[in-house]
Design a protein around this ligand. Structure first.
Ligand code: J2J
Length: 539
């Protein structure tokens, strides 16, 4: 069946014209910028991965080689290619090689399994994927081969490292240079949304808009050729990719160090060895850093900037990070759909500890509204709507959903509840969308509920967030059963359906019936009220 909906919703002409006039959109592509940096400073270090150390010239050569090889496989302009890779250098080689060809990486997270990956392939009509044979004991290439049997449109399974008989990514690096596709107005890739719907939505980002957000992010965060950025969150996530992340580091001519293991001790070793200057963490990981014994004898003196974002950072944890680490703390409140807010490096300590920053751009339009889309009085909490030079106007092939997710005049409904201070800084006060933020990993309640409902013994199910000391939130499923069943079996059932492990609820509570509101909807507020403390508390 043909996917319903438009691939890309353009900005209206008047907006596009303004964004160009103001110099936000400059007609340069992501790969074009990288090639420019490589030409200007070929010998500076660009990428460190394990024992491999590549200069910008070597990185550029590998990108060109991979692009030539992918081209020979027939991959070209407009093709979608699912990327599922751990934090290794090839992640970036593959990205920029696909950009050069005008092909679109579809960014999957390493935790995704049959259900998510199968959906990405079907929904985008992907004709190839790039992955590894195995990581953390899981066979990724085998997963794609199983899916290929069902979805023959997936022609090529390309494998980094030991290809196990598949197409070896490393062997692509041969052949003549292929001319780069240089259309900065084109969609560069499909990014994953946190989502709150039954199936994950994909986010089309253009070269023009993404490059603008990278460039400004790098400036705000003071990235320059001396920046050494540690990529410890999954590289495919928008935060370590673009805020300013790895792409912002490349843009600034700095060096990205890939952390394949996310545990604090491994990161501390890399920080000391590579003299890391900046990194990005989710609050759960920042807390793990604080509590890690390895911190006491680690040399973290090079770390000048510690960014924390992706989920609510409690004020007391922010204060402990400021006291316990020499690095400047920065809160980042962003979303793959666009809008990113940063506390500024020269903000007062209290603003850094207790706000989630202010937008990148003067042209990031912010509205804070009530349930009827009327502006709330200044300083009060409301729904955050936004529109701007790097915020999408529509999801990929999702016309029906887009009518709800955007206002008629193009504002994106973030689903976040915020208030704004006189300084323009935003404070995230809660969430209206039906999502669980499990330590930065977003779980769409509806998605897991529909998987639960396919079990013959399940009559009704509702997923809500419950408080967790480490992750901030975890998922709890309230389930009404038709036939007796140990809750543990439902968790095993969900895993068997092939959904990412982080989406499997840690707790399952059996009920006689779900509480309902006057209009007959499941009363999730009542379900959440069963937990002793609220999950999300503005501090
Ligand atoms: C509270 N909630 C937050 C914060 C994100 C930079 C940083 C993060 C993301 C990201 C990103 C939060 N406090 N500091 O893409 O470029 C929640 C909000 C938001 C959703 C977006 C970036 N920072 N959030 O987390 O697309 O609910 O992007 O709408 O994964 O995470 O999730 P995602």
């Amino acid at each position: 069946t043909a996917p319903a909906g438009r691939d890309f919703t353009p900005w209206p002409d008047s907006f596009a014209r303004r964004y160009r006039e103001r110099g936000y959109w400059r007609g340069q592509t992501l790969h074009g910028r990288l090639a420019e940096v490589a030409a200007r400073q070929p010998d500076r270090l660009a990428l460190v991965c394990g024992e491999r150390r590549w200069s910008h010239a070597m990185f550029d050569a590998r990108i060109r080689g991979a692009a030539a090889g992918l081209h020979r496989l027939g991959i070209g302009r407009g093709d979608r290619v699912v990327l599922q890779l751990p934090n290794i250098a090839e992640f970036h080689v593959a990205c920029f090689a696909l950009f050069r060809l005008g092909a679109l990486p579809v960014f999957a997270l390493p935790a995704h399994r049959e259900a998510e990956i199968g959906h990405f392939i079907k929904h985008t009509g992907a004709r190839a994927c790039i992955t590894v044979a195995r990581e953390g004991g899981f066979g990724h290439a085998a997963l794609f081969r199983r899916l290929q049997a069902r979805l023959p449109q997936l022609r090529d399974v390309i494998v980094v490292g030991d290809a196990e008989g598949g197409i070896a990514f490393d062997a692509l690096d041969r052949g003549d240079d292929v001319a780069a596709v240089d259309d900065a107005t084109a969609v560069a890739f499909l990014q994953l949304s946190g989502g709150s719907t039954g199936t994950p939505k994909l986010i089309p980002r253009t070269h023009d808009d993404y490059l603008y957000s990278l460039r400004e992010s790098a400036r705000i965060c003071g990235f320059d050729p001396d920046t050494r950025y540690l990529c410890v969150l999954p590289a495919a996530h928008n935060f370590p990719m673009s805020s300013p992340g790895a792409f912002g580091t490349f843009h600034a001519g700095g060096c990205v160090v890939m952390a394949r293991q996310p545990d604090p001790a491994s990161s501390f070793r890399l920080i000391a060895r590579e003299r890391i200057t900046a990194t990005a963490l989710v609050p759960a990981l920042a807390l793990a850093w604080l509590e890690s014994k390895a911190r006491l004898d680690a040399d973290l003196s090079s770390l000048a900037l510690l960014q924390v974002g992706g989920a609510h950072l409690p004020r007391d944890v922010a204060r402990r990070l400021m006291d316990g680490l020499e690095a400047r703390l920065q809160q980042v409140f962003g979303m793959a759909e666009g809008l990113v807010n940063y506390t500024r490096l020269d903000d007062a300590d209290e603003a850094i500890a207790s706000t989630q920053g202010r937008p990148i751009s003067e042209d990031d339009e912010i509205r804070i509204v009530d349930d009827a889309d009327r502006d709330v009085p200044e300083g009060e909490v409301g729904h955050l709507l936004t529109r701007g030079p790097y915020t999408i106007r529509g999801y990929y092939r999702a016309d029906a959903h887009n009518r709800d997710a955007f206002t008629d005049d193009g504002f994106y409904r973030t689903g976040d509840r915020v208030r704004r201070l006189a300084s323009g800084h935003l404070v995230v006060a809660g969430r209206a969308k039906d999502q669980i933020n499990r330590g930065g990993d977003k779980i769409a309640a509806e998605e897991v509920e529909s998987h639960l409902m396919t079990h013959p013994a399940v009559f009704d199910a509702a997923l809500v967030a419950m408080p967790d000391r480490w992750l901030g939130e975890k998922a709890c499923a309230f389930v009404v059963l038709r036939d007796a069943l140990p809750p543990r079996e439902l968790q095993a059932y969900l895993r068997g359906r092939g959904i990412a492990a982080y989406k499997v609820p840690e707790r399952i509570e059996l009920l006689e019936a779900l509480p309902r509101t006057a209009v007959g909807k499941v009363d999730k507020r009542a379900l959440r009220a069963r937990f002793p403390s609220p999950v999300f508390q503005e501090t």
